[in-house]
Design a protein around this ligand. Structure first.
Ligand SMILES: Nc1nc(=O)c2c([nH]1)NC[C@@H]1CN(c3ccc(C(=O)N[C@@H](CCC(=O)O)C(=O)O)cc3)C=[N+]21
Length: 309
C-alpha cells in the first residue's frame, strides 16, 4: 500500500480520466479542422430543469469542456416548476436552430414531466445522448447511430485495454435503456458473447464469475466483491454512488463517491479495473463532445475520419 487508504493498483487501474483528456484533445483538433475547412462550429445545447446540485456540477463540467474543445455551448436553465409544454417548446426551438447540433436534456427530470415525451421530441440527428428510440433501434440494427455516451466510453476503454473482444464472455449487470441495453449492443457488435443480468437474475455472483469482461451498472454501492469475479477479468465500473465516508481517517459527516464494485476487494483478483472517480465518468463527457462533433458533421453532410477521434 502506498498510503493508508490507497492500494497499489499499478498496471491494473484503467485510467479513464487520462484517456478522456486525450480523447477531448483529439475532438478539439477535429473540431478546429472542421471549422477551418468548412466554416462550421459544432454547437451543444444543454438543458437543465430544476436546481439539483449534482446536476448543476455535471452541467457546468459539460459546458466548460465543450468550450475547451472549441465548440459553442448553449445553456438553458429552467425552473423546477416548468411545464412539459414549455420544455417541449424549448426542445422544438433547439431542433430548428442551425447553430445547435447537439441537444442534451439533463436527467432526471422533475416528476411532473414525462421524460419519455421529451426524449421523443428531440430530433434524432441532434440526440447526442443517443436516448431517442430511433437511435436505440439504429444501434441494435447495426446502422449508423448516435450512441449513448457512457456505454461507448466503456467500449473504448475495453478496446484500448484488450484489443479485439472477439469471443470474450461479457456480462453486463443492469438493463437500463441508458447503459445496460446499449452496452450489450456494443459488446455484441464487437463480437463478444453477451449476457445481460439484473435484479431478477438467479445467482448473480455465479453469472458474473463467468465474465472475461464485467460491466457493472446497477447503482448499488460496492455490490460486486471478489467472489463475483473470474481471476484476470477486466472490470468496468459504471456506478457513481455517493456514500458517507467510512474510512478510518475521514472527517465525520463527509461523503465520497464509490462505484458498484468494491475496488479494494476486487483488485487482487482482476486483470484490470476502472476506478470511481476517475474511470467511466470522465469518459461520458468526452464522448458527449465526440457525439456533438459527429452530429454536426452529419447534419452538414461532411465526412469525418472517426478513426482519428
Ligand atoms: N441526459 C443526460 N445525459 C447524461 O450523460 C447524464 C444525465 N443526463 N444525467 C446524469 C448522468 C450522470 N453523468 C455523469 C457524467 C460525468 C461524471 C463524471 O465525470 N464523474 C467524475 C466525478 C465527478 C464528481 O466528483 O462528482 C468521475 O467519475 O471521475 C459523472 C456522471 C451524466 N449523466
Amino acid at each position: 500500500m502506498s498510503q493508508a487508504d490507497t492500494p497499489d493498483d499499478t498496471g491494473k487501474r484503467i485510467d479513464g480520466k487520462a484517456f478522456a483528456a486525450a480523447l477531448r484533445t483529439r475532438v478539439g483538433a477535429a473540431t478546429a479542422d472542421l471549422e477551418r475547412r468548412h466554416g462550421v462550429r459544432p454547437g451543444l445545447a444543454v438543458v437543465l430543469v430544476g436546481e439539483d446540485p449534482a446536476s448543476q456540477v455535471y452541467v457546468r463540467n459539460k459546458r466548460k469542456q465543450a468550450e475547451e474543445a472549441g465548440m459553442a455551448s448553449f445553456h438553458h436553465t429552467l425552473p423546477e416548476a416548468t411545464t412539459e409544454a414549455d420544455l417541449l417548446a424549448l426542445v422544438e426551438r433547439l431542433n430548428q436552430d442551425p447553430a445547435v447540433h447537439g441537444i442534451l436534456v439533463q436527467l432526471p427530470l422533475p416528476g411532473h414531466i414525462r421524460a419519455e415525451r421529451i426524449l421523443l421530441a428531440i430530433d434524432p440527428a441532434k440526440d447526442v445522448d443517443g436516448f431517442h428510440p430511433v437511435n436505440a433501434g439504429r444501434l441494435a440494427s447495426g446502422m449508423e447511430a448516435l450512441v449513448p455516451c457512457t456505454p461507448l466510453g466503456c467500449l473504448m476503454l475495453l478496446k484500448d485495454r484488450l484489443g479485439k473482444l472477439d469471443g470474450l464472455e461479457a456480462v453486463v449487470l443492469g438493463r437500463s435503456n441508458i447503459v445496460g441495453k446499449p452496452m450489450a449492443q456494443l459488446l455484441l457488435g464487437a463480437n463478444a458473447t453477451v449476457t445481460v443480468a439484473h435484479s431478477r437474475t438467479r445467482d448473480l455472483p455465479a453469472v458474473a464469475r463467468r465474465a472475461d469482461i464485467l460491466v457493472a451498472a446497477v447503482g448499488r454501492p460496492r455490490m460486486v466483491g471478489a467472489e463475483w469475479l473470474k481471476p484476470g477479468a477486466t472490470v468496468i465500473d459504471v456506478g457513481i454512488n455517493r456514500i458517507p465516508d467510512d474510512r478510518p481517517d475521514a472527517e465525520p459527516g463527509k461523503t465520497r463517491l464509490v462505484g458498484d464494485v468494491d475496488y479494494e476487494s476486487a483488485l487482487p483478483v482482476v486483470g484490470a479495473i476502472t476506478p470511481v472517480p476517475g474511470g467511466v465518468g470522465p469518459m461520458t463527457i468526452a464522448v458527449l463532445l465526440r457525439n456533438t462533433l459527429i452530429a454536426c458533421a452529419r447534419q452538414r453532410g461532411l465526412t469525418l475520419d472517426l478513426d482519428d477521434v
